[in-house]
Design a protein around this ligand. Structure first.
Ligand code: IMP
Length: 175
């Protein structure tokens, strides 16, 4: 197994501070309900909210559209829902990566039906090469090339989420 560093820890943290500054500005004088999408966005969510100075409430939701491999199953399942009634609230979804866009398309539709006052999306990564379902990303960490990446919350078969950087995973030479 070989991991090539793609986004270094310092670069990630600097970008997250910039995104948080933007969110603080955009939501000045408002309250924000943050919904982190498990499992992949746990680290991004934790680092981003640490820099928010506006009043924030936070919940996690779990949805999956991937199996154990590197190719999307094309299905989305909501495994854990939020408890808060978000009608009339400002909501920010925090996701790890927009790949085909399927997860976010279905999730956004689901949350929009609950009639929030506004619904925005922050995604740590965006892989435009694989996009099949266009989705507006309001706060984007990094646009990346068509690599399967791991680390900083992202996994391969459940592993490597704990890495503080993003790496390119290549199974060749795996031991
Ligand atoms: P989408 O529905 O195709 O946009 O994929 C969304 C989900 O697939 C993400 O939330 C990730 O959990 C997973 N995913 C997509 N690309 C990668 C990758 O390069 N590494 C790890 N997980 C990925």
């Amino acid at each position: 197994m070989a991991i090539e560093v793609y986004l270094a820890q310092e670069k990630i943290q600097a970008r997250i501070k910039e995104l948080a500054d933007e969110i603080n500005k955009d939501f000045a004088g408002k309250e924000l309900h943050v919904i982190g999408i498990l499992n992949g966005a746990f680290m991004f969510t934790a680092d981003l909210v640490r820099h928010l100075t506006i009043p924030v409430t936070l919940e996690f939701m779990a949805a999956s559209s991937y199996g154990d491999g590197t190719v999307s199953s094309g299905e989305l399942k909501i495994n854990l829902d939020i408890k808060k009634d978000i009608e009339g609230k400002h909501v920010l979804i925090i996701e790890d990566i927009v790949d085909t866009g399927l997860t976010l398309k279905v999730l956004k539709k689901n949350l929009e039906e609950r009639r929030p006052s506004s619904l925005k999306l922050a995604s740590f990564l965006f892989k435009p090469a694989r996009l099949e379902h266009p989705v507006d990303i309001d706060y984007l960490g990094f646009e990346i090339e068509d690599h399967f990446v791991i680390g900083y919350g992202l996994d391969y078969a459940g592993r490597y989420r704990e890495l503080p950087y993003v790496g390119i995973y290549s199974p060749e030479g795996e031991s």
